[in-house]
Design a protein around this ligand. Sequence first.
Ligand code: PLP
Length: 388
Amino acid sequence: MRRVYLDHSATTPVRKEVYQAMIPYLTEKFGNPSSVHWFGREIRKDVDEARERVANALNAESKEIYFTSGGTEADNIAILGTAYALQDKGKHLITSAIEHHASLDACKALEKQGFEITVLPVDEHGMVNPADLEAALREDTILVTIMHANNEVGTVQPIQEMASIAHQHGVRFHVDAVQSVGSLPVDVQDFGVDLLSISGHKIYGPKGVGALYVAKGTKLANISHGGAQERNLRPGTENVPGIIGLATALELAVKEQQETYQHLVPLRDKLIQGLTAFPDVTLNGHPEHRLPGNVNVSISRVEGEALILSLDMAGIAVSSGSACTSGSLDPSHVLMAMGLDHQTAHGSLRLTLGKSTTEEDIDYVLSVVPGIIERLRKMSPVKKNRED
Ligand code: PLP
């Protein structure tokens, strides 16, 4: 059976160059970078070189890069680390309603500890209004954390503008760039941000590794305790193969970003056009300011989960816009924040394209989806006239 993977926002395969760069660090180059002997010193040098490579790819300085266990940990260190470091100055943070749970739940945890969180709304396309940010800033605000590109609907936020607003009020800005790096230009100087998170497995690198950019002079408290690795900010023996893999993947992703963009956009647009040509199928997310590989549609009178299973049987791997996959029946907080009703949010589908996606893949999906939608709609208890 033909297999088509359209879930690149969930994860990507490790590319050959990355895997090959990692192999020596799983075998003969096994030393602990903290060891003083040759086996360790050799690895320390390679980890520092990887730090330099990550810094170059983001237009940062090497000492501004901290390796983490992924995007989640990078977000947590940025948010909790800022809150604990600056709590004497204030206890107010600002985020948006469509953040990844790595950020949203870190903010919720702070709320339980006596911090106040303002959650900015988004419009029907998932966009934060910079004027809302300006209005929410207060004397006691210590951090604004807003993602660059959304993982569900692909909407891209005006980070530069919002970081500049925060800075005019002397407030620090963190951006989660996990989904955008490699797909769009990500440059810490251009963005003018203080903190930026990335993750390896979204850019054809390994899972379980990421990095946090921390601009020079940005004070952070350490949120976990142990050794002095990563200058105390992220204690624990370094994931050396992962770090080498992340540096290699990031370098390649940034070098090929334009080419990847040019490859993905026409395929994405063909898929959007094909799907939305079908009756009662609508696009979620911004029509223009969206990730080059993201398609998210709502299909009325169809359960997203049933659609995913039917597509899976046809060899097509996609994901749902709702959180049902995690065992919860709650619809996606992102789609709900964009104003979709429960039913429409439940009938949504995310298809995310990647480097290996071909036009034949898109044609195959478009040949299979209409039949599945028709069949599921026939079975649906929700009839068209009940919705109109
Ligand atoms: N932030 C965003 C926007 C994401 O999409 C993800 C992963 O889905 C994360 C953070 C978490 O990254 P990781 O899986 O590396 O912990």
